[in-house]
Design a binder for this molecule. Sequence first.
Ligand SMILES: Nc1ncnc2c1ncn2[C@@H]1O[C@H](COP(=O)(O)OP(=O)(O)O)[C@@H](O)[C@H]1O
Ligand SMILES: [Mg+2]
Length: 250
Amino acid sequence: MIHLSDITKEFGSNKALSGINLEIEAGEFISLIGPSGSGKTTLLRHLNAQHLPTSGTLTIHGEHVPTLSPKALKALRCKIAYIPQDLGLVSSLKVYQNILLGKVGHFHSLTMLKKFLAPSKSDLETIHQVLNTVGIPEKLYDTTSTLSGGQQQRVAVARALFQNPHTILADEPVSAVDPARAKSMVELLKEIATKNNITVLMSIHNIGLAVEYFPRVIGLRKGKLVLDSTSPNEQELASLFELDSQDLIG
Ligand SMILES: Nc1ncnc2c1ncn2[C@@H]1O[C@H](COP(=O)(O)OP(=O)(O)O)[C@@H](O)[C@H]1O
Ligand SMILES: [Mg+2]
């Protein structure tokens, strides 16, 4: 479904990724680990065509991404939800408005504005449904800033689901919360992804969580893929990154 062949990404003289080969099948639940600066965010941004490679081949759903028209690129991105490291929520907006923003790329800006100011009954129903899926249906009309960190994470997942995506990319969505909350978040995403056959790629700095919940773990180091394992064990992962012992926080 997503195919990367010998991908290199350079920012000026800085090589953020080099020689990346990767095959991702529909419905996979994959974690991405690696020290800070190893290229996790850069890799995730290639998977929704936010970044184009400096060299190499990037194919998503059979489409060779660098040759797509802007319109085709937009259509492609609509089906790939991205949860950024800071969650990307506007804290002064209501929860339902943040969720509507999940579809900001799908419509003409005037249509979007209208939806935003006067959401249709069917949009509100769908939003209520996705909030129900993430366990906080009662927060529909709350101002986002009044929610706890864990609840805001759930809003970010609900916003992703509202896009009706085939793929969710999540950039360290659980790095800022305590271990119990991180665990329940990963469990929630896994349950939703399995039920809806959504492909998930999540960068994560907790090796224990990566091993416990993800059937496939990919490891990056200095822009290179150093691990792609379907039977990872915690010690192997810890020793792989031992030299960068100040944790895997990215
Ligand atoms: N937009 C950018 N412009 C310049 N350099 C960048 C940009 N994005 C990432 N980099 C560089 O690429 C490397 C990988 O960064 P990143 O993908 O953010 O790593 P990680 O997410 O693993 O911490 C770093 O050296 C970083 O400074
Ligand atoms: Mg990062």
